[in-house]
Design a protein around this ligand. Structure first.
Ligand code: UT7
Length: 316
């Protein structure tokens, strides 16, 4: 599998740390030192679907393909205001594609899982060109009365178009059923038979310290074994494109693996944690800044609710 086009789209509203001090007891200093985040983009009058469509059209344009050339659309999306139909179905019609499409919901690791699925579709000949999309609005998961989570997130969408080649060197996926460390419960319609209180909704609950610890240990060991098995060293990798959740998590993984800071590019400072969109947003920025060249080895690695992690190694 190789990437032949990327695109991204972010909301226009820039929210600084200082702006958040209006809503709860926090500070620019706390947010910067604990997370590295300085600003984030938050959806206002645009919709997540519009961002997803723009990101997909930009990826198509970069690839030189038409929407009709796509054989599949796979979209990573945790939440939007439709339970169904899927985000990928809505994007498909809007961009003028007619291929089958489906969504996956694997939280922040979703883009890596979607890329790995895309590779198996390409390898087995079930598709020749796939749009892999991530569209996320995590600012709508949070309880905005709570500073612990609301300061961390931003919204955004990004896409990559992939086609078959021998550049994909595999992936490692880990799922540990630790469902209490990070979850959100959605309201279900009541039935006359409902047991009261059983199906309550609840905004995001997170044990930040535990997520931090699991993220650093799981991603570090996953990437290490991926490189070992493929016979590569850290210095062979141009970029480790890691889920942008917290600068300290990225630094923790860098410390474990080694290498130089330039191999660990970041966008978390300006966009915050955009869930599964963070990896393709960063990828698109690197591509558009001409920082990645054909043949460069890249690693993508994400982690999130589940607890789920996924890491892949490929040539750009
Ligand atoms: O995509 C995956 C999503 N999740 C993550 O990536 C989260 C991973 N975890 C983290 O990034 C960090 O654990 C956090 C940034 C969430 C928290 O950092 P921490 O160093 O683990 O802080 P803490 O939770 O231990 O809280 C330290 C203090 C507490 O006060 P006390 O008990 O020491 O008085 C908190 O109440 O900081 C307080 N605090 C805040 N203060 C100002 C928590 N949130 C805030 C805030 N502003 N926004």
């Amino acid at each position: 599998m190789k990437i032949i086009g990327t695109g991204s789209a972010l909301p226009k509203k820039v929210v600084t740390n200082d702006m958040l001090t209006e809503f709860f007891d926090t500070s620019d200093e706390w947010i910067r030192t604990r997370t590295g985040i300085e600003t984030r983009r938050i959806i206002t009058d645009e919709s997540l679907l519009e961002l997803a469509i723009t990101a997909s059209n930009r990826a198509l344009e970069a690839s030189g393909l038409k929407a009709q050339d796509l054989d599949y659309i796979i979209c990573s999306n945790v939440n939007n205001n439709y339970v169904y139909p899927s985000m990928s179905c809505m994007v498909q019609g809007a961009i003028g594609a007619t291929c089958p499409c489906f969504d996956i919901r694997i939280a922040c690791a979703g883009f890596v899982y979607a890329m790995d699925l895309a590779d198996s579709f390409l390898k087995t000949g079930r598709a020749t060109r796939i749009l892999v999309l991530a569209a996320e609005e995590p600012t709508r998961f949070c309880n905005w009365a709570q500073r612990e989570t609301s300061v961390l997130f931003g919204d955004g969408a990004a896409a990559a178009i992939v086609e078959d080649s021998d550049g994909y060197m595999g992936a490692r996926m880990t799922t540990t059923s630790n469902t209490e460390v990070l979850f959100q419960r959605k309201r279900l319609e009541p039935t006359p038979f409902e047991v009261e209180g059983k199906y309550l909704d609840h905004p995001m609950v997170m044990n930040g310290r535990e997520v931090f610890r699991m993220a650093v240990s799981s991603c570090s060991s996953e990437i290490s074994s991926l490189l070992n098995d493929a016979g590569y060293k850290v210095e062979d990798i141009k970029f480790f494109i890691l889920h942008q959740a917290n600068l300290r998590i990225i630094k923790g993984i860098e410390q474990y693996l080694g290498g130089i800071p330039e191999q660990y590019p970041t966008t978390v400072q300006k966009y915050g944690n955009t869930s599964s969109a963070s990896i393709p947003i960063l990828l698109d920025e690197l591509v558009r800044a001409n920082k990645i060249e054909r043949g460069d080895l890249i690693v993508m690695s994400g982690f999130g609710s589940g607890f789920t992690t996924g890491s892949l190694l490929m040539r750009y």
